[in-house]
Design a binder for this molecule. Sequence first.
Ligand SMILES: [Zn+2]
Length: 471
Amino acid sequence: MKNKLIISCLIIGMILLIPNQTYASWNNFASLNYEGIASSNTSKDSKKAFKMEYPKMNIPQLEKKYGVTITVEEGFWPKDSLLQMMDKIYSRFPDGLIKEMTSYYKSKGIKTNIRFIYKQTSLGGSFSDSGKHIYLNYYPNPIGNSFAEWTIAHEMGHYVHKYINDIYGYEKLKKEWTSINDGLGYKNEGCDKWTDSHYKYFVRDYSTKNYSEDFATLFEVIAGNSPVQLRTMLMEESDLPLKGKIDLLNKILVDKAKCVTSLANLWGRAIPQNPSASTKVTCKNAAELGLIPEGDTFAGLYTSNITRLDFCKLIINLIEKETKMTLEEFVETKGLKKEWYYRGSFGPGGECKIDTNNPFCDTSNESIFNLHSLGIINGISDWRFDPEGLLTKEQVATILHKTASVLEKDSDYIVYEYADKDKISSWAKESVNYVSSKEIIAIGKDNVFSPKNKFTYEEAYMAIYNFYSNL
Ligand SMILES: [Zn+2]
């Protein structure tokens, strides 16, 4: 049991980080071999010993996307995993901002370099500026657990700081920023104690090291890996001085950064949101019916894009409401119940020697495994569920259609002539028609379905509400 926990932590730390763009196996939605996975439960001979594989990341493509030069030294971490992690965290910065910054410096003859260095250090990363070169150095080593998603966000935070200093003014920014601290000083100014009220102003103790680290550590929470923490904190205390820092940053970005034109959704799930006017009533009704699970997971989430894991949580909740059984009981009535097991060791180079019947290794959530057993959700490839990935409208339609079929709902549907029917993937056509016919997902203006649009939390609440009410 202890072993299982340790492995999960390591794996989650390392590979929860799959880029949102990879949906390779969705085309094979119906053809993936569920039985193959089930059989490893019953036969000792069919143990799955596997080496973790990551989608091949294309360095020139990433360099172009962000306007940087990337070098990766071979080391403890698999290269593709690091690049995925980088791409994922960089994607949490406002669209186009990183490219805008690197282009700005490029036009001044300054190159931006991202380096993953296999160096024995307790530092997770560093930021340096030599005049002709800017370096974002990352040290992905197994020392001190200092390298993680938030490290990537932190060093990029230093870069944003440099950029804002240049386009807004160093003195002006420093004055406005530090005035938020209500007189609490930094360690480099001789202030060396952490009081009970410091957490309202600073992300962590290291933030008080100096002004520059105060700025960079903010990015650990707005672009790092636990958006729920900051969001719930801001919901509890909306006048938190820390929020004042985020507001100042956002205001400057909207005023000065060319690619940032609106305050909406700048930091995604890290910041509490309100429902749009058009969804407000339905969201409220869905919550009152218990279709949105209570607690921190969904609190304050409306306009940002829903993750695969969170959408599955809504589906699980829906199934439990519809069947008046727990998901586990329902799976059992379908004759698909399995005892999930996961044992093994974790070696150098990301190699896992694992004996498991889990369908995915980037989540340990057994409800997700059960949804997979029901045929409702698939991974994005072998072993990978991609919990943090996003969903398109046609993928959502497919999941809802599968759910309806598992719940033995009316299966009739009308075939629509959507204005953008050529954009709907062939594997999703039936499901798109189904969710339109049952008015689960509304057809847009001018008869457009927009199958590739990302689905938001509020759209998900509406769809679940409609499913529950109409079927
Ligand atoms: Zn720093």
